[in-house]
Write a protein that binds this ligand. Structure first.
Ligand code: SME
Length: 149
């Protein structure tokens, strides 16, 4: 599945659209093609502030368009620079619920010139679906995306 998505992702990034449009198309591609990806979105550091701002996403609208550093899974990744795989969101104390149907989450930081400038966030309605294959794939997504930012 991921092997098929990699070239599709590259072709989205190579088209002459604005970055915002490309990121939206990537969110749609991932949500539509990975059965357990129910919400896919990008968050980016909001200027000089220690907070994340929601960028393009696919899935249900969320109230959490701004997330302070340190808050929730996303805010923790903004500070840790590490992937965060959450097999069961109910087992997390520092978690911000976007929808009651969400059971698991993965957040992978996006680096530009070695700096953590944002992240891709995936919510799943399936329990414990993420493997190392998801981590490697999402790292690839972010590396490719960073080239157009
Ligand atoms: N669950 C995230 C918040 C973002 S929503 O999933 C879209 C968190 O705990 O940071």
């Amino acid at each position: 599945m991921f092997d098929k998505l990699r070239p599709q992702l590259i072709s989205i990034l190579e088209r002459g659209n604005e970055a915002e449009v490309k990121l939206q198309e990537i969110c749609n591609l991932l949500k539509e093609n990975v059965p357990y990806y129910d919400w896919v979105g990008f968050y980016f550091k909001n200027g000089d502030k220690r907070e994340l701002k929601l960028g393009p996403y696919a899935g249900q609208p969320t109230d959490h368009t701004i997330i302070p550093f340190g808050k929730g899974i996303c805010g923790q990744v903004a500070e840790s620079d590490q992937n965060f795989v959450v097999p069961d969101v109910e087992a997390q104390d520092n978690y911000i619920a976007c929808s009651l149907t969400v059971k698991s989450e993965i957040v992978v930081p996006l680096f530009l010139n070695g700096k953590n400038i944002g992240q891709i966030d995936i919510d799943s309605n399936t329990a414990d679906p993420f493997t190392e294959a998801d981590e490697r794939f999402l790292e690839f997504v972010n590396e490719e995306v960073s080239k157009i930012l």
